[in-house]
Design a protein around this ligand. Sequence first.
Ligand SMILES: [Zn+2]
Length: 342
Amino acid sequence: MKKILPTSTVGSLPKPAWLATPEKLWSPWQLKGDKLIEGKQDALRVSLQEQQLAGIDIISDGEQTRQHFVTTFIEHLSGVDFENRKTVKIRNRYDASVPVVVNAVARKKAVFVNDAKFLRKQTDKPIKWALPGPMTMVDTLYDNHYKSREKLAWEFAKVLNEEARELQDAGVDIIQFDEPAFNVFFDDVNDWGMAALERAIEGLNCETALHICYGYGIKANNDWKKTLGAEWRQYEAIFPKIQKSNIDVVSLECHNSCVPLDLIELIRGKKIMVGAIDVATSRIETPEEVANTLRKVLKFVDVENLYPSTNCGMAPLSRNIANSKLSALSAGTEILRKELGL
Ligand SMILES: [Zn+2]
């Protein structure tokens, strides 16, 4: 990235009400067939426009073309039954009705590549595309075929790699893998989770990012956070493994969180997408608050490696609030740029 302190969002942004019911996860589409394809493209245009107006430097698709960050990808794979669903506990936290793996999984066709090509045509700015990580995918369905989380993660890593290579060829500058499950299953991360992710990024020349958060601002996640105590040291268990990996960028929850920021020292040298916007509250951060969080993290990240961002996706928020938060992110970053004479 040429620009110093380039701003970005983690991923999802609210969708327009004509495309999907707002402020809701897994919200059903309001359109069908060709109208849905056109509607998704229009939403991508709007999302791009809003990010640009807010001064965001690295543009994302705002996940306008997917219903959910994990299930939409899985829907495009063969070997998964979406009709006869089962209820599982996601990240040991909340029940969800999920699809079932009934056969060998394979990616018959590209999932997001056409959407990425569409977004690429609309802007010259760097673009970032998010995919689910293999471990989080495993945690978001019921496996009746492989009977091994590790084996299934490995298969997902292979299909993710196919998709990632095509996204790179479509002109995506940063491919991000969302792994909220990394914050829960530390032993698995160290045993096979990180290895599976390395398989997913194999052979890529574009930048690769890993997003590990404490989840969307939904009740189940907010309740879970209350049980984590005064210091959230989850990152400590997995950072040494991440430090040794080929991942270029690590996206972390830093604003209003109880993560001791000195833990970031453990991954010094990596680029850090610093979450300076809290997605679990509708309150808009002031630019000074954003600058403050960035300043604190600067003790542990070299300035050329700091990417100001949000803690997580903003899909469950209203559009106005999300846009105001994006503007606050840009304004706060600008304060810091001036302060550092950049
Ligand atoms: Zn997240």
